[in-house]
Design a binder for this molecule. Structure first.
Ligand SMILES: Nc1ncnc2c1ncn2[C@@H]1O[C@H](COP(=O)(O)OP(=O)(O)OP(=O)(O)O)[C@@H](O)[C@H]1O
Ligand SMILES: [Mg+2]
Length: 268
């Protein structure tokens, strides 16, 4: 049976209940209850190794669900067929490789899942590709080889590739990692455009940074558990270190050193 599910404002697009996800036979995240609702922007935060990417991989079906349930667009994940409604930009992925490709070619590859094998691009495919390149602000570079682009621009090409499939939900694992402050602002503006266009976003990040102003909800992972799920707490970049119930979660020392931060409670 072809099961598509529904999506309207306020309806759940991702629902994890009591979920465990892992690798081999070892769960690395457990007891995860998490709902992503249509139109929301949620950022998954937490230190290295906390399980953020594993949550994302579990939702996308790239790592196995070992306990609990997952539904997508209201349909149990194992019966859900419209995977292209979930767009994905993986972590630490840049575009390298032997064959030089243009921005348009890479973005057009995002429509492969929607087309018959070897079919030519139809006018609507071309429109979707051009629109996706426009959203990430690279229209003037559409004919350029991706090898000539900066790391931040390459990240935007990958976002455009995911967008070209016209997903309802866009999942991005650390879209701001390795992107300088100016380009993070551009990316945040790009994401804002997507949200205004009705997209639902699930983002993974270490820092809220310029994302903070567009985010209504953060979920914090720590040691394979979700320790906080709620509004970001104001107070700049340190916001997510604090759990609402009064617990204080500092970054681990290694991460603080990496960020050039002191070893006390301050975050700057
Ligand atoms: N493919 C894999 N096989 C086995 N274990 C894995 C695999 N990927 C991740 N892990 C383990 O799962 C745990 C959670 O990793 P995960 O990548 O989800 O963390 P993360 O929060 O995304 O970290 P980071 O901020 O470094 O990206 C870690 O202990 C990691 O070593
Ligand atoms: Mg990760």
């Amino acid at each position: 049976m072809h099961v598509t599910g529904t999506v309207g404002p306020g309806s759940p697009v991702v629902e994890l209940r009591g979920a465990a996800v892992g690798y081999g036979d070892r769960p690395v995240i457990r007891d995860i209850d998490f709902t992503l609702t249509a139109g929301e922007v949620v950022v998954l935060l937490g230190p290295n190794g906390a399980g953020k990417s594993t949550v994302v991989r579990g939702i996308l079906g790239l790592a196995p669900l070992m306990a609990g349930t997952l539904s997508l667009f209201g349909v149990p994940a194992d019966r859900f067929r419209d995977r292209h409604r979930l767009g994905y930009v993986p972590q630490r992925h840049t575009i390298v490789g032997g064959v030089p490709s243009t921005v348009t070619e890479v973005v057009a590859s995002g429509r492969l899942a929607l087309r018959r094998p070897f079919a030519r691009l139809r006018p609507h495919d071309r429109e979707a590709v051009a629109a996706a390149i426009g959203v990430v602000g690279l229209s003037d570079r559409s004919g350029a080889s991706v090898a000539t682009l900066s790391g931040g621009q390459q990240r935007r090409v990958l976002i455009a590739r995911a967008l070209a499939a016209e997903p309802d939900v866009l999942v991005m694992d650390e879209p701001t990692a390795g992107v300088d402050a100016a380009n993070q602002e551009i990316l945040a503006a790009t994401l804002q455009t997507l949200v205004q266009g009705g997209r639902t976003l699930l983002l993974v990040a270490h820092e809220l940074g310029p994302l903070e102003r567009m985010v209504q909800r953060v979920a914090v992972m720590r040691d394979g558990r979700m320790t906080y799920d709620g509004p970001p707490i104001s107070g700049g970049d340190g916001a997510y270190h604090r759990e609402r119930q009064g617990h204080v979660h500092h970054l681990d020392l290694g991460r603080r050193a990496e960020l050039g931060l002191g070893l006390t409670g301050d975050t700057r």
